[in-house]
Design a protein around this ligand. Structure first.
Ligand code: ASP
Length: 343
């Protein structure tokens, strides 16, 4: 491989970008990777070496699962020393979940991992796939003094590069499908590629790269709504082997002040179940104790998710539960930013 050009590994997991329409039903289905490459002859014009690797059976990202997260992490681990950067093609539906959890699984990352995909298949005349893919590869190739400039897991979509664990899919129709409401864009693609260097993650590059593959799925996500009943809450708390709950609360982390509700949560905490408070709002932060309606949560020891996205909260939780962290340390660690996922 060239010493001067960046070496990029393009990993194809599936998603609309490589899909084709079934001739009989008109339904979009995953297609093979070769087809995708045939549709982008421009890749040959890029000033970097590109190697490719595909999931044996590409998937629609709605079928994404922790077993595939481990597969992606292993591909990166096995190729980490050989490449300067990685671009992961992934369906947009669960791209924020996958890229967020990967940011936790890949500790002391010193190279770019850029997730991208598209809203229209690469073969479509009006496709957004080409720009997304080509710019992602260019971003992953940027070096300074022979070292990658970007050293974190990112998501690139429709002219913007985001920190992956700050993103949420906000639109199923627009080309601008993602937003990062609590953290500025890392780069913007216009006539020039403008990197906002001040916002890039600055890892301690002296530490050894480590891949964590233990993910614990014994969690539940509860979105509060006015009228949520005691029966519903009690049955959720009674889930066998439940280790943690992400509670999507209102506004700045608020919930009903009804006694039964707080008592149910208190009882779960006393059984060793971690409860994390995350806001239902797309932007802003949990501030427990700011209102009377969140003060009780603070008092019983609920963990603050601060301004984390629900997608990152899930990834961080599965990752941390897999680390055998003591109950005492869990709250302090969860409330700390591990990969720039919270302010
Ligand atoms: N359903 C597709 C997926 O997530 C949508 C996309 O790729 O944008 O795989």
């Amino acid at each position: 491989m060239s010493k001067f050009k960046s070496n990029i590994l393009l990993i194809y997991t599936g998603g609309t970008i490589g899909m084709v329409k079934d001739a009989d039903t008109g339904v979009l289905k995953s297609f093979d990777f070769e087809n995708l490459l045939v549709n982008i002859p421009e890749l040959k014009l890029l000033d970097c070496n590109i190697d490719t690797l595909s999931f044996k059976k590409p998937i629609d990202s709605s079928d994404m699962h922790p077993k595939y997260w481990i597969q992606i992490a292993e591909i990166i681990e096995n190729n980490y020393d050989k490449f300067d950067g990685f671009v992961v093609l992934h369906g947009s539906d669960t791209m924020s979940y996958t890229s967020s959890v990967l940011s936790f699984m890949l500790e002391n990352l010193a190279k770019p991992i850029i997730f991208t995909g598209s809203q229209l298949p690469i073969g479509d005349l009006r496709t957004d796939a080409k720009e997304n893919l080509i710019t992602s590869i260019q971003l992953a190739s940027i070096q300074s003094h022979g070292k990658p400039v970007i050293k974190e897991v990112c998501l690139y979509f429709e002219y913007k590069l985001y920190r992956a664990n700050r993103t949420t899919k906000i639109n199923a129709e627009h080309f601008q499908a993602f937003a990062s409401l609590n953290y500025p864009d890392l780069a913007e693609s216009g006539v020039h590629l403008k990197i906002n260097k001040d916002y890039l993650y600055k890892p301690n590059t002296k530490k050894t790269f480590k891949v964590h593959k233990e993910l614990d799925k014994n969690i539940v996500l509860i979105k509060l709504f006015p009228g949520i009943s005691k029966t519903v809450m009690e049955s959720l708390m009674a889930i066998p082997n439940l280790k943690a709950i992400i509670l999507e609360t209102y506004g700045a982390g608020n919930c009903t002040t009804e006694k039964w509700f707080i008592n149910i949560l208190k009882e779960s905490i006393s059984k060793g179940i971690h409860i994390i408070n995350v806001t239902q709002c797309s932007g802003g932060s949990v501030m427990m104790g700011h209102y009377e309606t969140s003060d009780n949560l603070k008092k019983i020891g609920v963990i603050s998710g601060k301004d984390i996205t629900t997608e990152a909260a899930i990834g961080k939780l599965m990752y941390m539960l897999g680390q055998n962290i003591t109950s005492k340390a869990f709250k302090t660690m969860y409330e700390a930013s591990l990969r720039g996922e919270m302010s």
